[in-house]
Every structure is written in C-alpha cells, then in structure tokens.
Design a protein around this ligand. Structure first.
Ligand code: IVH
Length: 673
C-alpha cells in the first residue's frame, strides 16, 4: 500500500493524464490510448480517490462524464458587433430595399444570394490562422464563450489552410443539424422515451448551450460560414470572401449564387422555395447581400441591421384545422404517447391527419379543448406539431382534454413516472401493443434483422396465439405456418430462413434486440465490449455496470432490474436454447481478400449496412479504409447524402466513385471467379 504523499502525486498525475486523453478524444477527435488502457487509468484513479476522498481534485475526470465540462458560460464582447438582418415576406419590400440603396449609392447593385440556414449563429475568432475563441450571438454585443463546444465540430478548422487570411478576424456562421440526422436523433429519443426536440433550430442552439462538450460531440452538428468581419484590407466582394473562406478550410454553402441583379434574385428565391423541401437541412429564407464591399461601406448600418443586406423569409408552413380526438399510443416499454387526430388538411405538399402531442404537459400547455381549431406547423419534425389554438373559434363551454387514466388496450391503470412525467401502462407481459412492440423491435433491421417479418405478420401470429414473446419466434415451423391465411410457401420459407440467419447475429445486436430499457444500440456495444457475454453481464453488480464510461446509474438500474425478473430469465434460457449469440465472437474473422490492395473512403448513409459495418466488411475482405480523400485513394464509396467536399475532391482527383451495390458486386465477382 502506498502512503498518502505518494497517493497525492499519483492522483495528480492520473488526473492530468486522463484529462488530456479526454481532451484529445472529445475535442481534437484523436484517441491516444485504447479504451481499455483508458479504463485502467480511470479505475486506478477511482480506487485511490476512494481511499483518500480528501485528495480528489476539482478537475478530476471521475467527477464528470468526459470532454471539457464547464460550470457556466463566460460572457465576452464580440470584436465586431453581430448585427441581425431586416426581414421581408414580399417582393414589393425587396424593391423598396433596393430603392433605398439606389438613393444612397446611385447604382443598382448586384447581390450575393445565400440560403438562410435555420440554426444558431456563432462567431469564431482566428488569430494567426488559429481558432482562438468562439462566441454565441448573445445580444449581438456580448456573447457566451462556447469554444469548448465549437471545437467538437470536426468540420470547423482549428488551423487554417493557406496564408492569405487576415491576421485577426471573426468569421460568422450558422451551426445546424441535417434533417436526416435530426430525425434519427428524435427517433432515438422517442425510443428511449425522452422528449423529442421541437425543431432543428432549438436542437442546434440547445446543443451549444451544453456544459459538457462530450455530449455536444455526439450531436452531429455542422457549421456553414457566411460573413467575415475584419479591419484588414484585402477582400473586395462577398462572393470573393466566401471563396477565400472555402480555400482556408471553412465550410461555405454550395448553394450561394451571384453576383445577381434583383430580378435574377427574385427568380432564385422562387426556385429555391419550390425545392425547399428537398434540401437536406432546414432554411427559413434567402439572404440578399450587396456583393461589392465598397458599396456596403457606403451604405453602412442602422442601429440594428446592415443597410446592404436583407432576408427574404419564406412563410411558415402553417395551417389551421379541427382537432377531432386524441389517441393514446402504447410503446413497447408501455410509455403512452398522445396523438391528435385532425380533420385532414393540406400542408407543405402532404395531407396531414395526425399531429404529435408528446406528453401530458404539452396538452396542458396548449390548453386543448374538445372541438378546438388548432394551428399546425411543419418544420423539421417527423410529424407536424400543434403550435396553438385559434381561440376565436373555440366552442363555448367545450370540455378541456384530460389525459387518459386507463390503458386503451388492456384497461390497466396508467401510472405517471416521477422521473420523466410520462404515463406508463405497467402491464408489460399482457398488454398486446407492448408485446407486439417488443417483437417488432427485436426483428428490426438494426437488431436481429429478420426480413419478411413485418408488423402485419407479427399481428397475425399474435392473433392466432402462436407468439407471445420473442423466443416463441424460434418455435415456428413450416407445419404451424401453413395454417395461416395469406402465408404462401415462399413467404414461409423466407421467414424461416430469416429466423435461422438471425442466429448468427452478433451478441451486441442481440443485447440491443432483447429490449432492456435504456439499452440502445450504443449502450449495447459498450456493454458487449466490457462484459463480452450475457452471463458476465447478468452477474455484474449495479456499481460495476454504473462504473463503465458513459453508462449511468439509470441504465445500470434498468439492467439489474431486467435480470431480476423470472420471465426475462426464462426468455433468455429459451433464446439460448434456440442458438442465439450471447457471447462476443472474435473480431478478426476474415471473409476474403477480394479488396486487397485497395483503399476506400466511406461517406453517406447506406441501405444494407450501417457505416461501421460497411467499413469492417471492407476490411474483412482485405481492403483498407481511410478517412480523407487523397490522390492515392482507389475508391470513394458513397451512400445517400455523401459529404459534398469528399465527392468534389474525388472528382477533382479522378477517383472512382462507387455505390454499395457496386462494392458488393466487386466482392461477389471475385469470390465466384
Ligand atoms: S448574414 C450582418 N447570412 O440569420 C450580417 N445570416 O436574421 C448578418 N443566417 O443572425 C448575418 N444564414 O444567424 C447571414 N447566409 C446567411 C445566413 C444568416 C442564416 C442567420 C444568422 C443571423 C440571422 C439574421
């Protein structure tokens, strides 16, 4: 046993080491040590701290989740004030805007036309080409220092390329999230029974206000830059400054057009509006900026806005309709979600019949009454939401909606959970939508991936009492299935093959599939890595599980609770008997060598694999995966929405761009030759 002085030194050393690993990992995106080594260091520190709690340092990594955690934001002045923009919704006001300009400068200017990204504004300070500070907009004069969070966004340059940048400048941009990422995040939150984010803008600005940068890093934020503020000369037009910014390494919008006349600008505004829904991110309008900086200087600013820029805002995609009733949906965990049934109404290209109400608090906030006329809005949400009630149309003495007291499916009394104020039906073993929901989750693409077992087939099998839980799936036979309506020979064969194949699905996915509350995809991966088998996990104590990096007490409690139920242990036995994987299999199982000697970059979302799986598929077939496109690269493998800079670089360097299907073809052709 080492003495207290030695312990003090050791604690200081470990704290410093772990913090710097954390910083490298969360801020610069580099891992210097393996997860295992990291965990060993952390364990050692924890043990010493347990022995000498008085020696725990204030910045000890055991006291926080990881990344740079700060207590509160420090407010600092912007070098140059952050103005906002005047708004308009009409072409007539654009004409008036231009008339005012012509009066001052005597000419009809040309404009830079830019998308108005809907996110959170940030201002980054670069000195000598190094990112030195990032502030939020704040009140335009002072902003919060959010440097620790901004540094987690990998597309933001920490050090600039080239040399012709001003020695000191601020660059402004918008932090935002792509629609598909936002949707995935909200789907995940719904699955985890967390409140979904209202829209991508709230998500972006909420993310920048987090104290823990490790959490920010997970959030897939992007940043697009649109304005350089400096006292140094050298830039002459807005378009030129955006092109320069791009060369220095900043992400600028590929949709910017100009210099254009006002007439051309109006055409651009109309064309973009019609394509708005197909953009991969949310915009709320178009910004027109006088392109020539000399003219900009002549025009100057009003107290609030530049005279040389204006934003043309697209009308909110809103409609009014009648609220018919409220349904209560039961998730696989028993969580109850209220959904509004609406009189069908047309909005932003689709007919809306339902709107999410999230939870009881939302019904109370909106003060919904029977027969109300509600205002619905479609932003980046998965389904539209109700933003308010048209009180002029409220029916006198109409009844206010109160949350259901009983489960609409099994009639059990609903219980409100204190931790998240969500109502639950606790009858998890007998409430049909919970049973079916668990089975649907189990067979899902990211879990056991059992094809040909959709919602309808599950309903059918449930109705005829062939399945009551997921292990019953493995008792299905051809003889049993032929008795079912609408089940042909081919479907039966497909279903049984799907079930058979699922026995090879790796443990981490099985662990996700069995549906322990709060054990999502990422948590299941972490648990698999740490415990390597279900038996080890089952034997672990609450403390041991909770001590794993990024796994909190809530998750640990849920796991221990799951294993404490006899019905779950029975289920586990049956699944083990069926032959499912409950142990981590060795990773380096090589599949072939068809891709030997080839280097790949992978970008976008894929149909049959998630990105990590496709990378390991390439590696298992002898290929090499790297992260950036260079001349030496052989293939850029692209899915849906690949990174545009990667694609551009590949085209510029004559690198072959292939799809998932072409990759599979490469592997198969080689194997059959
Ligand atoms: S220029 C003086 N350009 O819109 C220059 N702003 O309503 C002021 N925004 O605070 C900003 N896209 O958060 C500019 N291409 C763009 C923009 C943009 C989004 C946001 C930004 C700004 C707000 C003004």
């Amino acid at each position: 046993m080492i003495n207290k002085i030695e312990s003090k030194l050791k604690i200081e050393d470990l704290t410093q080491k772990i913090n710097s690993h954390n910083l490298a990992y969360y801020v610069s995106d580099k891992s210097v040590v393996s997860d295992y080594e990291f965990d060993l260091l952390l364990k050692e520190l924890e043990e010493l701290e347990k022995e000498y709690p008085d020696l725990i340092l204030p910045d000890s990594p055991t006291q926080k989740v990881g990344g740079t955690t700060i207590d509160k934001f420090i407010t600092e002045p912007h070098l140059f004030p952050m103005y906002s923009l005047g708004n308009t919704y009409s072409f007539q006001e654009l004409d008036e805007f231009e008339n005012r300009i012509v009066k001052i400068v005597g000419v009809n200017p040309k404009y830079s036309l830019e998308l108005k990204y809907d996110g959170a504004a940030v201002s980054l300070l670069y000195s000598d080409g190094i990112l030195t500070r990032a502030l939020s907009r704040g009140d335009g004069i002072n902003g919060d220092n959010i440097t620790h969070n901004i540094k987690t966004i990998s597309s933001i340059p920490k050090k600039l390329k080239g040399t012709d940048w001003p020695k000191i400048f601020e660059i402004r941009g918008e932090v935002f999230v792509q629609k598909n990422d936002f949707e995935a995040i909200n789907n995940y939150r719904i699955e985890e029974e967390l409140q979904p984010y209202a829209n991508p803008r709230n998500f972006a600005s909420g993310s920048l206000k987090l104290l823990d940068s490790a959490e920010v890093k997970k959030r897939k934020l992007s940043c697009i830059f649109y304005f350089i503020a400096t006292q140094e000369a050298g830039l002459n037009t807005q378009i030129e400054s955006l092109n320069k910014a791009k060369k220095w390494g900043f992400n600028v919008s590929e949709y910017t057009k100009g210099p254009l006349s006002l007439t051309e600008a109006k055409e651009f505004i109309l064309n973009t509006e019609s394509e708005r829904d197909t953009l991969p991110f949310e915009i709320d309008g178009i910004v027109l900026k006088v392109n020539d900086f000399k003219l900009q200087d002549e025009l100057g600013f009003t107290t609030k806005n530049p005279r040389w820029a204006i934003s043309y805002k697209y009308k909110a995609q809103e409609a009014k309709t009648k609220l018919l009733s409220i349904d209560y949906q039961i998730g696989r965990t028993g969580a109850i979600t209220p959904v509004a049934n609406l009189e069908p109404v047309h909005l932003a290209g689709t007919t809306i019949r339902r709107a999410s109400l999230y939870n009881e608090a939302e019904i109370i906030r909106l003060d919904l009454h029977e027969n109300d006329t509600v205002i619905i809005e479609k932003g980046g949400e998965i389904i539209p939401k109700i933003t308010g009630v048209d009180l002029t149309k409220r029916v006198q003495k109409s009844k206010v909606f109160t949350f259901a007291s009983f489960c609409p499916e099994c009639n059990s009394t609903l219980i409100k959970a204190p931790e998240n104020a969500i109502y639950y039906c606790l009858n998890d073993e007998n409430c049909p939508p919970q049973i079916k929901g668990k089975i649907e989750h189990f067979v899902g693409r990211k879990m056991m991936n059992i094809e040909y077992l959709g919602k309808e087939t599950i309903d059918q099998l449930f109705e005829v009492k062939m399945i009551r839980n997921v292990s019953d799936l493995y008792t299905l036979t051809k003889a049993k299935l032929v008795s079912l309506d609408r089940m042909g020979e081919k479907s039966i064969e497909n279903l049984l093959t799907g079930l058979e194949n699922s026995k090879q699905i790796p443990f981490e996915k099985v662990l996700f599939a069995i549906g322990i509350r709060h054990v999502g995809e990422t948590v299941a991966k972490k648990l698999t890595k740490y415990f390597t088998s279900i038996d080890n996990l089952q034997q672990a104590t609450l403390e041991e599980i909770a001590s794993i990096r990024d796994i909190g007490l809530k998750i640990a409690e849920s796991i221990v609770h799951w294993f404490s139920k006899k019905s779950n242990l029975d289920l586990l036995e049956n699944l083990k008997d069926a032959g499912l994987q409950f142990k981590l299999r060795s990773e380096n199982s090589q599949l072939g060598s068809s891709l030997k000697g080839y280097t790949f970059v992978v970008s976008g979302v894929f149909e049959n694999f998630d990105r990590e799986t496709i990378k390991s598929f390439i590696e298992k077939n002898g290929g090499n995966v790297v992260s950036s496109v260079s001349k030496k690269l052989d293939f850029l493998l692209t899915g849906i929405n690949p990174g545009s800079s990667k694609v551009e670089k590949a085209v510029a360097n004559n690198i072959k761009i292939i799809t998932e299907t072409e990759l599979l073809k490469m592997v198969n052709e080689y194997e059959t030759n």
